[in-house]
Design a protein around this ligand. Structure first.
Ligand code: SAH
Length: 345
């Protein structure tokens, strides 16, 4: 059976036409789907016969909330969802002054192996479908009763390792007949898969590409991010420059400060040069401590010295505010905890 929420409106329209349905049904059904209905029966403006033939032909995904933790500090909500096949994924709902934001997962697990990340140890189980990505937003809206205006693809998984599904998801979530989230309100974060960055540049979307850089040189980067080993930083920076030239959209470099690993003055100087060459904005993130991973966040002193060098070099940077630190809100942590509990049972 086909998962109906993963279909682009034009595909849905073609399939409905084959079923002998008039064109206006597409908009009606699309709109219900994007309101997060849990059954075809809820589509009350459709004839009963159509509702039952849809139910026979299509599956309607409804993730189950396994756990929802709300931060007492800032109201951030961390969701652990169970998908139809039993796999669990995470997303986070955050309230920022510029609007409510959902950080969503693109895969169940991840195969990129970054050594500081909670999602790495279990590897990738499977890609998420476009509908399963959409569900994380739809059912957050239902659960919170609040609108969502911004999205970040920074949860579990590597979006550019699930390229086609992510692209379909972007078109779905951006569609005027659904949630209509503006591309400029979407951040897509990648560990730097150059082929994917290249492909994405050719789509000329107005979203913001975020590259999880974490080190400006091959020696450090390949040590903490194995995905760097195949192509290296020179090619990555070249692709970032090209991306900026082709799309006119400024890239952002994510940089998690890890004590004694990527936080020296040399790193700061090289990062400054690379960021300037690419016209990139730098986002400094204090490393989130992950149980069982041996890395520690940089000290305040090292962070200050690092920022001073960025300042001296005129680099555009911000220090990311940490939300939801009391609810394991960095993605991968809750799923990891649950898998550990299950394996102890
Ligand atoms: N695979 C994508 C998106 C998922 S990770 C990517 O690599 O960008 C989302 C972000 O969290 C990435 O920037 C990732 O490097 C970062 N991250 C992972 N573990 C972290 C930790 N322990 N502390 C701080 N940031 C972390």
């Amino acid at each position: 059976m086909t998962e109906i929420k993963s279909l682009l409106p034009e595909t849905l329209q073609a399939q409905l036409k084959e079923m002998g349905e008039p064109a206006f049904r597409t908009g009606q059904i699309f709109s219900w789907l994007h309101k997060g209905v849990t059954s075809f029966e809820e589509m009350t403006n459709l004839p009963a016969a159509l509702r039952s033939s849809l139910a026979q032909k299509y599956t309607l995904t409804v993730p189950e909330i396994v756990r929802c933790q709300e931060s007492r500090l800032d109201g951030t909500r961390k969701y652990l969802w169970r998908l139809a096949d039993g796999n669990c994924i995470e997303s986070v709902f955050m309230r920022y002054h510029h609007g409510n934001t959902v950080c969503l997962s693109s895969q169940a697990g991840c195969r990129m192996g970054c050594v500081f990340c909670a999602s790495a140890p279990m590897g990738k189980v499977r890609d998420l479908t476009p509908g399963e990505m959409l569900d994380q937003i739809l059912f957050t809206i239902r659960d919170t009763g609040e609108p969502v205006s911004n999205l970040v693809l920074m949860g579990i998984g590597e979006p550019l390792d699930n390229y086609e599904n992510v692209l379909t998801f972007l078109h779905l979530v951006n569609h005027a007949g659904g949630l209509a989230v503006g591309m400029r309100h979407i951040y897509l974060s990648t560990c730097g898969l150059v082929a994917g960055i290249d492909k994405l540049a050719s789509e000329r979307l107005q979203l913001t590409l975020s590259v999880s850089l974490h080190a400006p040189d091959d020696e450090t980067r390949s040590r903490i991010m194995p995905a760097n080993r195949s192509r290296g930083v020179d090619e990555l920076f070249r692709k970032c420059q090209e991306y900026f030239q082709r799309t006119g959209r400024r890239i952002s470099f994510e940089y998690a400060m890890i004590d004694g690993v990527n936080d020296t003055a040399d790193h700061a100087r090289l990062l400054s040069r690379r960021a300037r060459d690419c016209g990139a904005h730098v986002n400094l993130i204090p490393l989130n401590h992950v149980e069982e991973r041996r890395f520690r966040p940089s000290t305040q002193g090292h962070m200050k010295a690092f920022m001073k060098i960025l300042d001296e070099n005129g680099v555009n940077y911000t220090v990311r505010r940490t939300l939801g630190s009391d609810v394991d809100a960095s993605c991968g942590q809750l799923r990891r905890k649950m898998q550990k509990t299950e394996s102890q049972d």
